[in-house]
Ligand binder design. Structure first.
Ligand code: 4GW
Ligand code: MN
Length: 356
């Protein structure tokens, strides 16, 4: 009797194993699709390589394309004969948009970036006394920065224990990265390029799609959303958006790697606000750091440190989007009429207190 029952159970075992195998297969399939959902571009790239190797499998790269589409939406029709802003430049001669209030529809952009499940990294440096700016910076970012999207704050600091524990909204987290503190403030500022380059390679590329790299002595005072995102973007410096190129404070010594002749350059970009895809930010920071080191070897340092090297990069690698000074303002410049919103403003600092 016992033996018979034992026998029956044995006969069911292959069937049970098969179910298990199928379940495992299903789980890996789901995991794979979720994990690779946002990497459309790299999928196409992988495919490219297959095609390059004569495509032994039967897949064609067009078979891997994913349909990203919008739902029905109701909004005001764009007017071909009526530009939304007449008072500012909305597009560069290389067809990069310049982002001003009133020129974009955030609902369309949000729908597109949600479809792509975009994850945004916000990098900030708080070295030495600048840790005092972190709380206000993060609190204001929670209120205004990329609300509704996935965000990781990367705080680079030499004083890890000074970074306050903060409660963040859903889908958002804060990562502290310990870094050395340089004695000269010029090096604190310039070495940001090297550290962003290194972390882009080691960490950011695995964790986020876009990076936004900004100064910490700032606070968000109005919305900053996915309208700023593009392959590589820079921001118009609040002090120079109306200035003629020969008066830009570019590095003017031909010996420096940051040298820009007086008859070149489109805009004066701020050192405290740039970004793009991790890949593009890697290329930008890598270029700037190499240029900084080359100058250092020749006992040179550009006039406005990292900002000068960034401006040199953008002369010959045109940004694909440019942010208006709405995105980086200092109230010391007053509030001109073109500025409909002030989204990210400098926190007044007592120079003696924070810099000594
Ligand atoms: C002069 O003594 C200093 S200290 C100039 C910059 C300093 C500094 C800058 C610092 O001690 N610690 C630090 O973390 N930083 C980072 O570099 C911080 O993220 C800051 O926002 C960024 C650029 O420096 P900054 O904001 O003082 O530059 P400005 O005045 O041009 O916005
Ligand atoms: Mn600053």
């Amino acid at each position: 009797m016992y033996l018979e029952r034992y026998d029956k159970r044995w006969r069911k075992k292959p069937f049970f194993l098969l179910i298990c195998l199928l379940l495992i297969l299903l789980c890996s399939l789901i995991w794979y699709t979720l994990k690779h959902k946002r990497w459309d571009a790299s999928m196409a790239f992988l495919c490219d390589m297959q095609v390059g190797r004569k495509n032994f499998t039967n897949t064609n790269q067009v078979d891997l394309l994913r349909d990203v589409f919008l739902q029905r939406m109701q909004y005001e029709q764009p007017q071909t004969m009526k530009p939304p802003r007449m008072d500012v430049l909305m597009i560069t001669p290389w067809f990069a948009p310049i982002v001003w209030n009133g020129t974009y529809n955030i609902d369309i952009l949000n729908a597109q970036f949600h479809q792509r499940n975009a994850h945004i990294g916000l990098t900030v440096f708080a070295v030495k006394k600048y840790t005092m700016f972190v709380q206000t910076f993060i609190d204001s970012a929670e209120q205004f920065f990329m609300v509704g999207h996935k965000v990781t704050y990367y705080v680079f600091t030499d004083r890890v224990s000074d970074i306050p524990a903060l409660t963040l909204r859903d889908g958002r987290k804060l990562v502290t990265l310990e870094v050395p503190s340089y004695q000269r403030w010029q090096d604190v500022s310039m070495r940001r390029m090297e550290m962003i380059r290194d972390q882009s390679r080691q960490k950011f590329i695995h964790e986020v799609d876009y990076l936004v790299c900004v100064d910490v002595d700032m606070k968000f005072t109005d919305d900053v959303g996915v309208e700023i995102l593009s392959d590589v973007f820079g921001t118009l410096h609040p002090g120079f958006y109306g200035t003629a190129r020969q008066h830009f404070t570019y590095e003017r010594r031909p010996e420096s790697t940051a040298y820009i002749p007086s008859d070149e350059g489109d805009f004066y970009y701020a050192g405290g606000y740039f970004g793009g895809t991790v890949e593009e930010v890697y290329k930008l920071t890598s270029y700037c750091h190499d240029a900084i080191i080359k100058d250092k070897e020749n006992h040179l340092e550009a006039r406005w440190q990292d900002e000068s090297y960034l401006n040199k990069y953008f002369v010959y690698h045109k940004p694909t989007k440019i942010l208006s000074p709405e995105y980086l303002w200092d109230n010391n410049y007053g509030v001109p009429g073109v500025l409909k919103r002030r989204r990210f403003v400098a926190v007044p600092k007592n120079h003696n207190a924070v810099r000594n």
